[in-house]
Design a protein. Structure first.
Lengths: 313, 288
């Protein structure tokens, strides 16, 4: 590959009409997509300016330079919103719970599956079936979950009383959401740990066996340290995304009773920005989410770098 | 690792994974059973995986009166068109960006990769699509905004990078232009990676719900229809059919039948494609 690159580098000439003409097919094959990219990806980025302007439906058509700049007023209004504090608590609460439980469950799943020594067909079957919920949409998952957790659902009939799992206006709904998310993504998230385990030197296990280590010691001293850097990298990334709790999942698993505890930042931004047509405020919330996300990512990365050598960037 | 002697832990693991399988499959079997069960009988107790009073009436109702046919066709249309257009765009762009001699190769690659990490966010995108481009309730809104995924483009590009360069040069000597090289030489060789990304697009399109919710409520897809049913449904009897003798249908039975219709294509497809997905996931993003 390096050889080819060198060859191409030699061929690379200065931008000239003749060169453009020679590469006209390449241009024709890529320009439409670049135009698409600019329209659908870069123009919305420019839309961040709205966070610092007063933009309502009536003033949306006004050219950007004629709109009134309001500085950080949109941000201030967002922070003062009566729902804002609760939204942040919900977002972080669900995120932290999900990162903690999701990571542990996926690692446990991967480590146990790795140890499963019975006939191979069972291992393969388990893995295949564990992916199924990952490929199914959130709407369908919500429909399945309603059967299980709703009043009079499967769990209620098993326990013989109304557990009010999805109709208690409390952080209980966080736990339900995290359980559902774990159920959906457990097998899938384990893949990456499984492939990290496949890279562990089998000689280590043999040496440990010579020294008389039992299986649990091998899991603890070889398997887990062997996937440590994978765990750290995935943790850093999920901490960076701690505020990006998807609106789709929250909306679908919510209902009027528990909405106080399912409202998250992205949904809140939609509600204020599009529901109330306060575009400036909605964009400000989106900007806040992105900026805090990047900050969290950098902090997590720094901390990971301090306590071990595993860093993302 | 081969363990010749089975310990209690091996048996525990089997038990553990049997439990996992039950927990994973039970909700699906439950929905399936309810969808084939008599709606009034279901109200008695929902905890079963074998229909107690088998009936096809729920499906009959959903397709004849439930207005599910149009959303189903729309979902299929969106999946087919989105996948075809997405695959062609992705493959074409990937080829151009694999050509290191192309003048704008570096610039264009960087422009695309940046968008993987920063985005405008919900409100600016919404305003662009609805207010500026007026794509609301237009079929194009299902295709255009998500035309191609940069991640897929990078997957195809790194695949093309791995193909022998000699083939392209030979075609060039035979007088083929760049489009012909892509179409005649590169595309057939890319069949495996094309299959992979086609499935990415197809599953993404079939499962997507927010696009309808935000932009095209008048063009409901199956997923959106299911959402609508869900947000109305409480466990009440249908007011139109209160007669005890006649067949009845409940919102729950309708929801179950629609859930099954929306899930079946995924269940049929995913066991065959999972190895591509797993491969695609572990490859990771390859940067230029």
């Amino acid at each position: 590959m390096a050889k080819q690159n060198v060859k191409h580098a030699q061929n690379k000439k200065k931008l000239s009409p003749a060169l453009l003409w020679r590469q006209r097919y390449l241009l024709m094959m890529s320009l439409p997509f670049v135009i698409w990219l600019i329209i659908f990806k870069y123009i919305p980025l420019w839309g961040w300016t709205m966070a610092f302007q007063e933009v309502k439906p009536a003033t949306f058509a006004v050219p950007i330079w004629e709109r009134t700049f309001v500085g950080f007023e949109n941000f201030m209004n967002a922070f003062k919103d009566r729902l804002f504090a609760q939204t942040i608590i919900n977002t972080l609460g669900i995120s932290i719970l999900q990162i903690a439980v999701g990571t542990i469950v996926a690692i446990l799943f991967a480590v146990f599956l790795n140890e499963l020594a019975f006939f191979l067909g069972f291992k393969k079957l388990t893995q295949t079936i564990s992916y199924l919920p990952h490929f199914v949409s959130w709407v369908i998952i919500a429909s399945l979950a309603k059967n299980i957790f709703n009043d009079g659902g499967v769990l209620d009939t098993i326990f013989g009383r109304n557990l009010r799992l999805m109709s208690t206006n409390s952080p209980l709904i966080w736990i339900i959401i995290v359980i559902i998310d774990c159920w959906k993504e457990m097998g899938w998230n384990a893949i990456i740990y499984m492939s990290a385990m496949a890279g562990i030197d089998t000689g280590l296990y043999e040496a440990a066996e010579m020294d008389g280590a039992n299986r649990f010691r091998k899991m603890w001293h070889i398997t887990l340290p062997g996937i440590r850097s994978t765990i750290v990298v995935l943790l850093i990334m999920s901490i960076g995304g701690a505020l990006n709790v998807g609106m789709e999942r929250q909306m679908l698993l919510s209902n009027a009773t528990v909405q106080d505890h399912t409202m998250v930042l992205s949904w809140f931004s939609y509600l204020r920005g599009i529901g109330n047509s306060d575009y400036g405020l909605g964009t400000a919330l989106g900007v806040f989410q992105s900026v805090v996300g990047v900050t969290l990512l950098l902090i997590a990365n720094k901390i990971a770098g301090l306590i071990s050598d595993d860093k993302l960037v | 690792m081969k363990h010749l002697k089975k310990t209690w832990f091996d048996y525990f693991l089997v038990l553990f994974f049997v439990m996992i399988l039950i927990v994973t499959l039970y909700p699906f079997l439950n929905v399936l059973a309810i969808s084939f069960n008599d709606a009034t009988d279901t109200l008695r107790n929902v905890n079963f995986i074998i229909p107690r009073q088998f009936t096809l009436y729920n499906y009959n109702y959903v397709f004849k009166e439930g207005g599910i046919l149009m959303p189903l066709l729309l979902s299929i249309a969106k999946t087919v068109v989105g996948t075809v257009v997405g695959v062609i765009s992705t493959a074409m762009l990937a080829y151009v960006l694999s050509r290191r001699d192309f003048v704008f190769q570096k610039l264009f690659t960087i422009m695309f990769v940046i968008t993987m990490y920063v985005g405008g966010g919900l409100i600016p995108e919404y305003l662009l699509i609805m207010r500026t481009l007026h794509l609301g309730n237009n079929f194009l809104v299902y295709i255009l905004p998500g035309l191609l995924w940069v991640y897929n483009m990078i997957l195809v590009r790194s695949y093309i990078d791995g193909l022998p360069m000699a083939l392209q040069e030979a075609a060039k000597l035979d007088g083929a232009n760049d489009f012909q090289i892509w179409y005649i030489v590169i595309m057939p060789l890319c069949a495996p990676v094309i299959a992979t990304i086609a499935l990415f697009y197809a599953v993404g399109q079939w499962n997507s719900f927010m696009d309808t919710y935000l932009y095209a409520k008048n063009l409901p897809t199956l997923q959106y229809k299911l959402y609508e049913i869900m947000s109305q449904a409480t466990m009440q009897l249908d007011p139109h059919s209160t007669g005890t003798m006649s067949k009845t249908v409940t919102p729950m039975a309708i929801r179950m039948a629609v859930t099954v219709v929306a899930t079946v294509p995924i269940i049929i497809v995913y066991p065959f494609v999972q190895k591509y997905f797993v491969g695609g996931m572990t490859v990771g993003s390859v940067k230029s």
